[in-house]
Ligand binder design. Structure first.
Ligand code: DND
Ligand code: ATP
Ligand code: MG
Length: 276
């Protein structure tokens, strides 16, 4: 199955995967996780659990790939996480029967804020500190337990740069990185994740009340379709506009997000070697 060529029948876009395709994705991703852990010579995997669908699906597939004894979940509340999400994160760990710890990141984040109080009122800067603090803890556990850190980034986030550089992106692999967000939900539902988790509004929870769709100014179904048709696929701007019935401004917004975030998808550049 190709992710780079969207399926279009007439004017209907079928980003949706069939049951056979979802089974194939399930096998493909679990094989990928096994290969990453084997190649690293690691004993298992560490994953942050947020109660959101990306970490829930990734953890579920990791358990299928490695066994529950080889997956360690970290639930890392801060004062801007909802109790509902944190209890959902614990519920997922219990459902999967994996070892997990609840690590309060507030004291760590506060230490950063005390070190540089000038940044505290900058919602984005402060939110990114929360995200990067979790990355440090993921690697603390991975180093100590000879594990790899499983990322939870999906294709829609990767393409738009909707992640914190060296934060939730600081991982050893992204098992669901080939799936658009809509397909993440489909696969999660297909493999038996509870409906309330599949249907929950996506949120980075970097500040109170944040939702992905509000911040991006786009709903995921539109974003995914524009990515699949126009950015990954061969459709022109006008053909995409016509097929989806969305304004050109939505296409421009997506293209802008993709272009502006190019720096997040490559290694930090250095000047070319000067020959002596
Ligand atoms: N052109 C360029 N070339 C090289 N580096 C460049 C650059 N432009 C910015 N930078 C660097 O990148 C920094 C900005 O990037 P970054 O620090 O990531 O911060 P930024 O992209 O401003 O914010 C992170 C975004 O990701 C979203 N997010 C984060 C975490 C999780 C989730 C989620 O869905 O769960 C979503 C969050 O809501 C926000 O929209 C700048 O401070 C600068 O250091
Ligand atoms: N409070 C938290 N505790 C542990 N891990 C977290 C927490 N918040 C975020 N993470 C990690 O950061 C990842 C990125 O967050 P993101 O919001 O994109 O994914 P999600 O919460 O799993 O799904 P959704 O996008 O639907 O909310 C999470 O999947 C999880 O691995
Ligand atoms: Mg989330």
């Amino acid at each position: 199955m190709s992710q780079s060529v969207p399926l279009v029948e007439g004017n209907a876009i079928t980003l949706d995967l069939s049951a056979e395709e979802l089974d194939a994705q399930r096998d493909h991703i679990t094989s990928f996780i096994q290969a990453v852990v084997d190649d690293a010579g690691a004993d298992g995997a560490v994953i942050g659990l947020s109660g959101g669908i990306d970490s829930t699906l990734t953890a579920t597939l990791a358990v299928e790939a490695l066994g529950a004894d080889s997956v360690h979940g970290l639930v890392m509340p801060s004062d801007v996480n909802t109790d509902q999400n944190m209890s959902d994160a614990e519920r997922v760990a219990q459902w999967l029967e994996i070892e997990y710890d609840v690590l309060d990141i507030n004291p760590i984040v506060d230490a950063f804020f005390e070190a540089y109080p000038e940044g505290v009122d900058d919602q984005m800067a402060a939110g990114n500190v929360r995200v990067r603090t979790r990355a440090v803890l993921n690697y603390f556990v991975a180093n100590a337990e000879s594990g790899v850190v499983l990322g939870t980034g999906n294709r829609s986030e990767a393409m738009t740069g909707y992640f914190t550089k060296y934060g939730d992106q600081a991982v050893d692999c992204n098992p669901i990185g080939n799936l658009y967000k809509r397909q993440v939900r489909q696969l999660a539902s297909h493999i038996g994740v509870a409906d309330d988790l599949v249907e929950k509004a996506p949120s980075a929870e970097m500040w109170e009340g944040q939702t992905d769709e509000e911040e991006m100014g786009l709903d995921y179904d539109t974003l995914d379709a524009v990515l699949a048709l126009h950015v990954d696929g061969p459709f022109s701007k006008s053909a995409t506009t016509e097929s989806l019935g969305v304004p050109e401004s939505a296409i421009d917004r997506v293209v802008d997000l993709v272009e502006q975030s190019a720096h997040k998808r490559s290694m930090p550049p250095a000047p070319a070697t000067l020959h002596r």
